[in-house]
Write a protein that binds this ligand. Structure first.
Ligand code: SIN
Ligand code: FE2
Length: 212
């Protein structure tokens, strides 16, 4: 039967604890994009400053009860949008539902994110290798949803010097990493120029985490 075949092809292990779910967000892509429009009309995308004083090439906003921020004083989760001094827009229930489903398929049942970082990459924007480690409890996985232009995701090991795999991510793909892979180094190579029919000249990424 088709579904099994399709499931087999759609699911790709990257490492122990890390899975790529091909096209998993496609059935709800237009809902996700409309919600991102609404959220970013309230808390706009902005290019934040790293503790080292560099402006990031990726523009970011958040939804959820807390949002990831960086400035000269460090990386952290904040309950308010520092640009507006208001709470972040609420996380749409469909966002949390998608992230919970993906996590369950990757072997992490019961994932209930409180933070959704929304990244906007324009051509040339990149994210250098890093670990996600500003969260309180590493037993919760990270769920990452790709929309728009394709990108090369670097997925490495637990040491910065571990040579990362290059994983092409396309519109609708979801990557989940947790358990033994929770602190894997990862990043995104400079976005190649192009135009996506629904998203335009951009890549959008949703990163779901349980921060608190
Ligand atoms: C992230 O590491 O926060 C985002 C990764 C991505 O944009 O795919
Ligand atoms: Fe990350």
């Amino acid at each position: 039967m088709m579904p099994d075949l399709f499931e087999g092809d759609a699911r790709q292990a990257l490492d122990e604890g890390a899975v790529l779910l091909r096209g998993q967000a496609l059935p709800i892509d237009t809902m996700l994009l409309a919600a991102i429009e609404t959220i970013s009309s309230q808390s706009p995308f902005r290019r934040m400053t790293t503790p080292g004083g560099f402006q990031m090439s990726v523009a970011m906003t958040n939804c959820g009860s807390v949002g990831w921020v960086t400035d000269r004083s460090g990386y952290r989760y904040a309950a308010r949008d520092p640009d507006r001094d208001t709470p972040w827009p609420a996380m749409p229930p469909q966002f949390a539902g998608l992230a919970g489903d993906a996590a369950r398929q990757a072997g992490f049942a019961g994932f209930s994110p409180d933070a959704c970082l929304i990244n906007c990459y324009e051509p040339g924007a990149r994210l250098s290798l890093h670990q996600d480690k500003d969260e309180q409890d590493y037993r919760h996985p990270v769920v990452s949803v790709s929309l728009g232009l394709p990108a090369i995701f670097q997925f490495g090991g637990l040491r910065r010097t571990d040579r990362p795999q290059r994983v092409p991510l396309r519109h609708g793909d979801i990557v989940v990493w947790g358990g033994p892979a929770r602190l894997a180094y990862h990043g995104v190579l400079a976005l190649k120029d192009g135009v996506h029919p629904l998203v335009g000249r951009r890549r959008l990424n949703l990163t779901f985490r349980k921060a608190l």
